[in-house]
Design a protein around this ligand. Structure first.
Ligand code: ADP
Ligand code: MG
Length: 508
């Protein structure tokens, strides 16, 4: 082996090409102190030719030693440690809870930069689908920069980072139109990217909520599955022959037309309606006062969960209809009450419901007749049934076979209800206004109508509504005190009739 030949050769090394080896020397030379010093001074391990491979040790990459670079690297190290700590805290905070709170927004290291640091972090924010990541040449090497000398590009480089952010927009939800950002060489700063990301997340949540709401309301248009099951059961049991179309979808109920079958050998009317009280509670919330202050239901109301309160509405309508029927008021016959579904006779003929008073075209004589009937109905309702409709208007009166029929009495209350007289006053106003508008000259003013219906004698005077209302409220108050004194709250809903109508309190 020729040692001098070896000395001349440039060694190939997997770490790069190595420069000429130190000249061969004899053992005595090696042992000489002078040579030792000389060797010390010389670079016995010449620089690797590719500074990118190990830049920290490279003489040819003086910039790597720059304060900025070191500071950035230290900062990165610090940030990573901060994030590690954050993750530990997040884990501790969430524990085994099914609902966890993410500390993502507090992370210091951009997830992209961190994406290859550990498996956990990939899980933490899935960047596997990042189209940019697949594109190896464009990613920044793990050590955080590429290039050399003045051309060094760190992962903090604005352009690189901006392009990465643009590419990462592809990870936004499919419905987010991000456009061809890469094609336009769009560079998004971290701040912009993060706000966009945040916006997309909140949009997604919002649209999910909206979608859910829409689904919910369309389902309500028909009925929810539980109600459908109840309805099928009625058909199965033979109570109904067939359930036909929906007649009306109101705020609080959906009304279906159905063909009657038979119930316990008794025939069910040929045509019936199913009034399905909506099981969603929003609409009923503001109607609470009709029921929670109704002493007939008061005790039960407070104990029931909201779903069951809905059933009370159906039950209330049933009881009120029965009372009205007894007093001879034209109204639907109750057939069956099943949870929140009330089956009653159909007012109309051959699937065509009777028109509402607001829709029917009546001659002036007929209109006058209708008015007289309504006046009587209101009196009967108040005097005989001890009820105030509380939603009486041309919308809840049907014209059928030359008669006015009253419907929709789920909210009807007794006159002794703390606001009963106010409700009645409102009913009176609807009725007077409607008939006056329809040219019925006999139609009384709201005040006279109120007094006629109740038999009270509240002074009408200058027809000052505020004064009249004050009287009404005072009466309600006196009546409430009276009820308290007599303990009339124990009056049961199953009682045959509604008890005596309200009279001016002679005790006070
Ligand atoms: P809502 O509380 O939704 O107003 P209603 O009891 O007023 O409920 O019923 C809504 C509509 O359904 C009524 O305006 C009427 O057209 C129709 N309807 C209700 N009950 C009957 C019935 N027994 N016969 C015929 N149509 C009815
Ligand atoms: Mg109605």
């Amino acid at each position: 082996m020729d040692p001098s030949g070896v000395a001349e050769q440039t060694q190939e090394s997997p770490w790069g090409s190595v420069g000429p080896a130190a000249p061969a020397c004899s053992l005595t030379e090696v042992m000489s102190e002078q040579l030792a010093r000389q060797l010390d001074e010389e670079d016995a391990f010449p620089a690797l030719s590719d500074p990118a491979v190990d830049p920290l040790r490279s003489e040819e990459a003086p910039d790597t030693a720059s304060d900025l670079m070191l500071a950035q690297m230290l900062q990165m190290q610090f940030d990573r440690e901060f994030d590690d700590q954050l993750r530990r805290e997040e884990k501790k905070f969430n524990g085994d809870s099914k609902v966890s709170i993410s500390f993502e927004n507090y992370r210091m290291v951009h997830p992209y930069e961190d994406s290859d640091s550990s498996e956990d972090e990939v899980d933490w924010q899935d960047t596997r689908l990042d189209p940019y990541r697949a594109d190896k040449p464009q990613t920044t090497p793990r050590r955080g920069f590429s290039g050399k000398g003045k051309n060094i590009t760190t992962k903090h480089d604005e352009d690189t980072c901006g392009r990465k952010n643009t590419a990462r927009m592809d990870n936004f939800a499919p419905e987010v139109h991000v456009g061809d950002g890469l094609g336009m060489d769009l560079k998004l700063s971290n701040q912009v990217f993060n706000s966009l990301k945040q916006h997309c997340y909140s949009e997604q949540r919002r649209s999910a909520r909206l979608h859910e709401k829409k689904e919910h309301s369309t389902a309500e248009q028909a009925v929810d599955p539980r109600t459908r099951l109840l309805m099928y059961k009625m058909v199965n049991a033979g109570v109904l022959e067939n359930i036909n179309g929906c007649i009306s979808t109101g705020k609080e109920s959906v009304v279906f037309h159905a063909d009657g079958g038979s119930l316990e050998e008794q025939p069910v009317p040929e045509e019936v309606v199913l009034k399905v009280f909506k099981t969603t509670l929003n609409e009923f919330k503001n109607r609470d006062r009709y029921i929670k202050d109704d002493y007939r239901f008061k005790d039960r109301f407070s104990k029931l969960n909201p779903r069951k309160v809905i059933r009370l509405w159906a039950e209330k309508e049933m009881h009120n209809l029965s009372r009205m029927k007894k007093a001879g008021i034209p109204c639907p016959d109750v057939v069956l009450l099943k949870k929140h579904i009330l089956v009653m006779s159909f007012i109309g003929k051959e699937h065509v419901p009777a028109p509402k008073l607001k829709d029917v075209m009546l001659g002036s004589e007929e209109m006058k007749e209708a008015y007289q009937q309504v006046l009587q109905l209101m009196q009967k309702l108040y005097q005989d049934c001890s009820l105030v409709h509380a939603d009486l208007s041309e919308y809840n009166m049907l014209w059928h076979q030359g008669k006015v029929w009253l419907i929709d009495v789920s909210q009807s209350v007794e006159p002794t209800h703390p606001h009963g007289l106010e409700f009645l006053f409102r009913d009176c106003r609807n009725v007077s206004t409607f008939f006056q508008k329809r040219g019925v000259s006999e139609a009384m003013s709201v005040y006279d109508l109120f007094n006629t219906v109740t038999g009270l004698n509240i002074p009408v005077g200058a027809e000052d509504e505020a004064l009249f209302m004050t009287e009404i409220v005072a009466l309600e108050k006196r009546n409430e005190d009276h009820i308290q004194k007599r303990g009339k709250k124990t009056f049961l809903v199953t009682s045959e009739d509604g008890g005596p109508p309200l009279e001016p309190d002679s005790d006070d």
